[in-house]
Design a protein around this ligand. Structure first.
Ligand SMILES: Nc1nc2c(c(=O)[nH]1)N(C=O)[C@@H](CNc1ccc(C(=O)N[C@@H](CCC(=O)O)C(=O)O)cc1)CN2
Ligand SMILES: Nc1ncnc2c1ncn2[C@@H]1O[C@H](COP(=O)(O)OP(=O)(O)OP(=O)(O)O)[C@@H](O)[C@H]1O
Length: 194
């Protein structure tokens, strides 16, 4: 199972990174437009987003518009994710105030308070791969998976963000995987009935 996931990840990360220029811009724009049409996103007080890396869809224009609602993941020493209020997103400084790079080079916020995933209204998760049933392939470190274990209703709305080239017929699902409620791609919104 892990080895088949590993080669899938490599292929799909390559596909995600290969999308460039005007095509990338246009697809990202569509993703942001669809995202803002989801009622739970419009009504959310706290939205967990992400600082794009490895060719992930860039949500920045959206994040800036609702900056005070945006929370960013931090990797805890026990390999769970918690969330901190976003640092100032419109900064032009080389090193944004209140931000620091984690071990992967992704900017993490240093602001307080620190909240758990259960306290987010919406969690936007960048996907490496997905299927239409809401199964998700991530970076393979299990950070999101671990942080989503044991969420009780009403739980945050889980929304995967991907380019349509990352769709697969079926993601090999593991028992600990928590399915997504929505997947937003440049083609539209997929509601998964989970
Ligand atoms: N933008 C963004 N932020 C995020 C995540 C994400 O997927 N995207 N995460 C969601 O989990 C966490 C970071 N997870 C990551 C997991 C693996 C690798 C990664 O590049 N792994 C390399 C091995 C690198 C190494 O060990 O030094 C690899 O697999 O090639 C990076 C980030 C928290 N922040
Ligand atoms: N709830 C959990 N408790 C303990 N370990 C977990 C849990 N969830 C995942 N893991 C570990 O994390 C590793 C990666 O999981 P998986 O292959 O499902 O990652 P993924 O689909 O890429 O998701 P993620 O985005 O969370 O990394 C697994 O090998 C597993 O050992």
């Amino acid at each position: 199972m892990q080895s088949s996931k590993t080669s899938l990840r490599r292929q799909l990360r390559q596909a995600r990174k290969s999308l460039t220029g005007y095509r990338r811009d246009r697809q990202q724009q569509r993703i942001r437009r669809f995202l803002t049409a989801i009622p739970q996103v419009r009504h959310a007080r706290r939205i967990a987003a992400y600082m794009p890396f490895d060719g992930e869809p860039d949500l920045f224009p959206f994040m800036r518009r609702v900056e005070s609602k945006i929370w960013l993941p931090m990797i805890r020493s026990d390999l769970h994710l918690d969330f901190r209020p976003a640092f100032t997103l419109n900064t032009k400084a080389q090193r944004p105030i209140n931000a620091r790079r984690n071990r992967f080079g992704i900017l993490e916020s240093q602001r307080l308070p620190i909240l758990r995933s259960a306290q987010m209204d919406v969690i936007l998760m960048p996907l490496v791969g997905f299927d239409r049933r809401g199964n998700r392939l991530g970076m393979g470190a299990g950070f999101y998976d671990r942080s989503l274990v044991g969420l009780r209703r009403p739980r945050p709305t889980l929304i995967g963000i991907a380019f349509d080239c990352q769709e697969m017929a079926q993601v090999p699902a593991d028992p600990w995987d928590v399915p997504l409620d929505y997947i937003v791609t440049n083609r539209g919104i997929i509601k998964t009935n989970r």
